[in-house]
Write a protein that binds this ligand. Structure first.
Ligand SMILES: CC(C)(COP(=O)(O)OP(=O)(O)OC[C@H]1O[C@@H](n2cnc3c(N)ncnc32)[C@H](O)[C@@H]1OP(=O)(O)O)[C@@H](O)C(=O)NCCC(=O)NCCS
Length: 174
């Protein structure tokens, strides 16, 4: 797809808007089709996207060209600590600066809301996402910080703490 990005905009995700929800599911499935397990074990369905409504999240953002082309979902894990649980840019328009723009806006939103730390998980072999997070200032958690994180978030220790971990956790002080 030939795309010229003229004026991307970032706005808050409104999951009550059925068109937005349908578009998120499309992007999610396309992202999973293209990136597969680099992204997640399986694509999220409607219920997972609707979870933020139950949690009353305020940090979920969309990035739009003429239509929605990506999203990020963040929530406050506990006082002052935000976690970004999803970020995706539609494959057809990836690599054009939109992911960076979206996450920059997401981090600003978290900062404004008083969050002090933000975490994000990624598969070790997800080069694009890892580079993007480092570019934004995220640093890989190690040692005691990583162990604390894995315990507190209830992650599988094998995935993060084994000699050849499949996942890494990144953190940014906001
Ligand atoms: C990760 C993702 C959100 C990046 O979005 P994007 O719009 O393609 O990224 P950008 O164009 O803003 O690129 C920002 C930086 O990311 C890195 N990057 C992006 N695509 C890359 C690629 N294919 N290979 C290596 N680095 C890449 C680069 O450092 C880039 O900065 P640079 O171009 O100045 O070097 C997107 O690739 C995606 O949706 N991937 C699938 C879903 C996923 O893996 N999500 C994260 C885990 S939940």
């Amino acid at each position: 797809m030939e795309v010229t990005i003229i004026d991307p905009s970032v706005k808050k995700l409104d999951l009550e808007d059925q068109d937005v929800l349908a578009r998120l599911l499309e992007i999610e499935h396309e992202t999973f089709r293209v990136h597969g397990p680099l992204y997640d074990i399986s694509a999220w369905g409607r219920e997972q996207f609707l979870l933020p409504l139950e949690r009353k999240l305020d940090f979920s953002l969309l990035i739009c060209l003429s239509e929605v082309v990506g999203f990020s979902i963040a929530y406050e894990f506990r006082g002052g600590w935000a976690h970004i649980s999803r970020v995706a840019i539609e494959p057809a328009v990836a690599g054009r600066g939109l992911g960076k723009e979206l996450l920059t806006a997401q981090l600003a939103k978290l900062r404004e809301a008083g969050c002090k730390t933000c975490s994000i998980d990624v598969r070790m072999d997800n080069v694009a996402a890892t580079r993007l997070y480092r570019k934004l200032g995220f640093e890989r958690m190690r040692d005691a910080a990583l162990i604390g994180y894995v315990n507190e978030r209830g992650r599988d220790p094998e995935e993060y703490l084994s000699t050849e971990p499949s996942h890494s956790a990144f953190q940014l002080y906001l």
